[in-house]
Design a protein around this ligand. Structure first.
Ligand code: ADP
Length: 254
């Protein structure tokens, strides 16, 4: 479903991501891991069509490089960490914005009945239907991220990209967000590519891993084939040892 071949991209002519290739099948959930500055966000920007790239990115066989912005918006949606909202649109209006690339009469026609139906369905699915008429400026961080998730689902993309969307969320919301994305990928047979800093959350979320170091792939493959030793090399610490010590402390508390 998502195929990346020899992807190179960066800023001002200097490559940051260098020669990445991987594929995520329908229903797949890929987590991109690697230390700060290794190029994870830069990769997501290229996959979202926001950054020029060399190599090819194909979604359902179609080349992202050849898509119009409207086509790209129907193919890929990006869910980022919560940022401040400055305009007091209601929850419903915000979710409807996810439909702009689908609106039947073109981008400026306004939402039709089908757009409204999809927006309401996505609000129900993410548990924000009760907040329908509330201004988004009045929501908690957890509620706001659910609204953005509803907007992302309403976009009906083939691929959802996550850029640390669980940052600043309580643990409960983090886990729920990941569960909802997993359910979406399975039910819609579409894929999710995410950067999640929390390795535990990444393990819960992903069935595929891409480990990056300085813009290059160090590992790509299934969760089962993933060798924690590579994680230790790239992060320059004993990641598993750290997790086991944390778990031991929990067990002592219980
Ligand atoms: P990660 O998400 O893995 O922390 P990034 O993709 O954000 O890494 O950054 C990778 C490299 O690209 C870093 O060296 C960073 O300084 C550089 N970089 C990121 N954004 C820009 C930008 N807009 N212009 C120039 N360099 C950038």
């Amino acid at each position: 479903m998502l195929t990346v071949e020899n992807l190179t991209c960066g800023y001002g002519g200097a490559p940051v991501v260098k020669g990445l290739s991987f594929a995520v099948p329908a229903g797949g959930r890929l987590c991109v891991l690697g230390p700060n500055g290794c190029g994870k966000t830069t990769l997501l920007r290229a996959l979202a069509g926001l950054l020029p790239h060399q190599g090819t990115v194909r979604i359902d066989g179609l080349d992202l490089g050849g898509m119009t912005r409207r086509q790209a918006a129907r193919s890929v949606a990006l869910l980022s960490q919560i940022s401040s909202v400055y305009f007091s649109y209601t929850v419903y209006e915000t979710v409807l914005m996810g439909r702009y690339a689908h609106e039947a009469g073109g981008a400026f026609s306004g939402p039709g009945p089908e757009d409204k139906r999809v927006a309401l369905e996505c609000m129900e699915r993410t548990g924000v239907l009760d907040l329908r008429d509330r201004p988004v400026t009045e929501l908690s961080g957890g509620q706001l991220q659910r609204v953005f998730l509803a907007r992302t689902f309403a976009q009906c993309p083939r691929v959802i990209l996550l850029d640390e969307p669980t940052n600043h969320l309580d643990l409960k919301y983090q886990v729920e967000l990941v569960q909802e994305l997993k359910a979406w990928a399975a039910a819609e047979r579409r894929c999710v590519v995410g950067v999640l800093h929390d390795v535990n959350l990444a393990l819960e979320f992903a069935d595929l891993f891409l480990l990056m170091e300085a813009g290059r792939p160090r590992f790509f493959g299934s969760a089962e084939a993933f060798d924690p030793a590579q994680l230790n090399n790239v992060y320059q610490m004993d990641v598993g040892g750290h997790m086991r010590r944390s778990l031991k402390r929990w067990e002592e508390l219980e």
